[in-house]
Design a protein around this ligand. Structure first.
Ligand code: GLN
Length: 198
């Protein structure tokens, strides 16, 4: 099983490392043709306007939408990646995939606390809190009926999933905790198995 990490901006190396430690092969994805040999994709944080623009220019948006057409291509979007996965962006909205039925607002945690780390209880990861790093993070303002919340911070949802898709407002690659990557690898395994059986 091979997972691609979108290598346009952000902590590409850290995501590759965490994914490998979580038990999957990890490859950088820059162009549309790089997607062909992957079973799933991680979109790192960064600046969503820039990432979206380059994804459009390199035809990665079209290629991903084509892959997700059959519902068997898992994607994990973190921070800017969450913005690129959101159906609706409140305010200036970048070119994006729009695959997940959520509304989000960018840089929504305020200037003073633009970056912070917090230990989050995330039930699907087990009892040990997860060290979540927020950097000018987006807020999820609305979740569609088919979206399941997985983690909360100050009453707001900061991690959610829907079918093959997973998003988090925070960066999971900035600590040595690989449990979210493991969670995604398991999701990719599950989705790939179902795809193979059908
Ligand atoms: N503030 C960025 C944006 O709006 C996201 C920040 C991040 O990915 N850490 O695109």
């Amino acid at each position: 099983m091979r997972i691609g990490v979108l290598a346009i901006q952000g902590d590409v190396r850290e995501h590759l490392g965490h994914t490998e430690r979580a038990g999957a092969e990890a490859v950088p994805v820059r162009r549309a043709q790089d997607l062909a040999k992957t079973d799933g994709l991680i979109i790192p944080g960064g600046e969503s306007t820039t990432i979206g623009m380059l994804m459009a220019e390199y035809r990665v948006i079209d290629a991903v939408l084509e892959r997700t057409g059959d519902g068997h291509y898992p994607i994990y979007g973190t921070c800017a990646g969450l913005i690129l996965m959101a159906k609706n962006v409140i305010g200036p909205s970048p070119a994006r995939l729009g695959l997940m039925d959520i509304d989000t607002s960018r840089n929504a945690y305020g200037r003073q606390i633009a970056s912070f780390e917090v230990a989050l209880d995330i039930e699907v990861l087990g009892p040990e809190p997860f060290p979540a790093v927020f950097i000018r993070a987006p807020k999820i303002e609305r979740l569609g009926a088919d979206v399941t919340p997985l983690a909360w911070y100050r009453g707001g949802v900061v991690m959610a999933e829907s079918g093959p898709f997973l998003v988090s407002s925070f960066h999971p690659e900035m600590s040595s905790d690989i449990r979210i990557h493991q969670y995604f690898v398991e999701k990719v395994k599950r989705v790939t198995r179902v795809a193979g059986a059908s």
